[in-house]
Design a binder for this molecule. Structure first.
Ligand code: NOJ
Length: 522
């Protein structure tokens, strides 16, 4: 190679320095609140076999709530009886009518170039009466058709066994998750799934977001079965300081029993993997004080360690035991043994980062001033400056740096157990949702995903064993209490005709996955 003369070398380094500084400046802008620029992120920045996909859940998209011998689920009953189950009186009776349109939806996934699709099983469709009744052949047939058609299109099925909906009969019979019976019910459902679908499904998530499920259903009581107590909410029944602990205990044991079954009886032949999916905010201290820094650590333990420590180490986190004492249930030796290392991967549902303020030393809101909350408060602003640009869902601000931070935290705490980003998504705020034209031209969603992916790529370069990324969601759907007003989809759904319309983000994802030009730069 020809040698460069010294002034040329000097000039070369000068320009290199200037361009590196410019790049760093741009990256730090993106890492802050809003994502102003689109980072240059490519498919090739991720490992070859990395699974890029999209996610949904049964109640949020399927509809067909009474078709083919399905029984009523807790959400069907809740939505039919509680005024305002979903905003504007909406419910999941029809949802996106995926039950009748799944072939079209798989076609959409294929056109985007998805390599994986995460969906959940409607318990009431497969086992309408739980383990006291028969398997419903129509339910099994439905999921078989989905799985077969996905595989035909080269899309890996990634199945969540429980995503919030279960037969109402189990609630009426013995109080569902407050009762240890439910762990057996769940293990039975899981076994039916492994037997029926496990020859083709290689990724199983036992339970979606146990931490959010306990919070919304048994602490704030806004989800069925509407159980809570003051100051968390005003329910007829419940105890917000105690029941979430019992329910989580049962959820973890249910996970452990299903995982044991899979590891012992199915994995050796079927060769897949099984994990738990967690709702994972990242927590940053509000101030640099020792107390706020400790509060941020506690927030991670109380929200993430609460479920992940038991399924990896077989114990609840120290921090929780310290604050909750004997209120926190204990695992028997046998339970510890089957819980320990019961998760082959960690599913991370990550949307945002929030500041954490200590409440042990100063007064906070009545709900934050509780042992079960770890005596800490979540705050969205520091000195009047929001942590990130708001989205439609309160508290889900855009903070791309948090993606890399949460992955690195989980990597270190859990010895780099394989991870999947099982959900990451952006809900269009009202100001940008004036009409279909604006909703479909979702530039901010594209910026959101590129910025979060850039942060994720950095953590992978740093050694984090992340194996996939799923956008929430394939299409706009029933966002629980917020009904159809909150839109996370790559596809827009016309609520009158249920026609699916691709948004700019669908085109962006396709171009990204197929290594075509970035839609934002066209
Ligand atoms: C997490 C849940 O798994 C999903 O059901 C929900 O719709 C999204 N986050 C968005 O809030």
């Amino acid at each position: 190679m020809k040698r460069m003369k010294s002034p040329t070398i000097f000039l070369f380094f000068f320009f290199f320095l200037i361009s590196t500084c410019a790049l760093l400046l741009e990256a730090s802008n993106n890492g802050g609140g809003g994502s102003k620029e689109v980072p240059d992120i490519k498919r090739s920045d991720f490992p070859l076999g990395f699974l890029f996909g999209a996610a949904t859940s049964a109640y949020q998209i399927e509809g067909a709530y009474l078709d083919d011998s399905k029984s009523l689920s807790n959400w069907d009953v809740f939505c039919h009886s509680v005024v305002g189950c979903g905003r504007n009186g909406s419910n999941g009776d029809i949802a996106d009518d995926h039950y009748h349109r799944f072939l079209k939806d798989i076609e959409i996934m294929h056109s985007i170039g998805l390599k994986a699709y995460r969906f959940s099983i409607s318990w009431a469709r497969v086992l309408p009466r739980g383990r006291s009744g028969e398997v419903n052949p129509a339910g099994v047939r439905f999921y078989n058709m989905i799985i077969d058609n996905l595989i035909l299109k080269g899309i890996e099925p990634f199945v969540t066994i429980f995503h919030g909906d279960f037969p109402q009969e189990l609630e009426d019979k013995y109080g569902s998750w407050l009762n240890a019976e439910m762990t057996e019910e769940f293990a039975h459902l899981a076994e039916i799934c492994f037997k029926s679908f496990g020859d083709r499904v290689k990724y199983w998530a036992t339970i979606n977001e146990p931490n959010i499920f306990t919070d919304l259903s048994y602490q704030r009581g806004v989800f069925p079965p509407s159980r809570c107590s003051e100051p968390f909410g005003n329910c007829i029944h419940g105890n917000s300081d105690v029941e979430p602990l019992i329910v989580m205990h049962n959820l973890l044991l249910a996970h452990g029993k299903a995982a044991k079954l899979y590891h012992e009886n199915f994995q050796p032949k079927q060769g897949g993997s099984i994990g738990l999916v967690m709702h994972c905010f990242m927590y940053e201290p509000l101030t640099d004080s020792e107390l706020d820094r400790k509060a941020a650590k506690r927030a991670l333990a109380f929200n993430i360690g609460w479920s992940l420590d038991p399924v990896i180490f077989g114990e609840y986190p120290e921090e929780m035991r310290e604050y909750l004492g004997t209120k926190l249930p204990s695992f028997s030796i046998e339970e510890k043994n089957f819980l320990k290392n019961s998760t082959d991967f960690i599913g991370i549902n990550h949307y945002t980062t929030i500041y954490t303020k200590d409440c042990t030393n100063s007064g906070c809101s009545p709900t934050a001033n509780r042992a079960i909350k770890g005596f800490l408060e979540m705050v969205e602003e520091r000195d009047g400056v929001p942590i990130g640009e708001p989205t439609k869902v309160k508290g889900f601000s855009v903070v791309p740096r948090g993606m890399g931070e949460i992955v690195n935290y989980i990597k270190i705490r859990y010895n780099n157990t394989p991870m999947f980003i099982t959900e990451n998504g952006y809900s269009t705020p009202d100001v940008d949702a004036k009409g279909i034209k604006e909703l479909v031209n979702d530039v901010k969603r594209v910026k959101f995903h590129t910025a979060y992916l850039a942060s994720l790529a950095e953590s992978i370069i740093g050694g984090a064993d992340v194996r996939g990324y799923f956008i929430w969601s394939l299409m706009d759907n029933f966002e629980w209490l917020q009904g159809y007003d909150v839109k996370f989809g790559l596809y827009y759904i016309d609520r009158r005709t249920l026609t699916r319309l691709p948004k700019l983000s669908a085109k962006w994802y396709e171009n990204f996955l197929k290594n075509k030009s970035d839609v934002m730069k066209l």
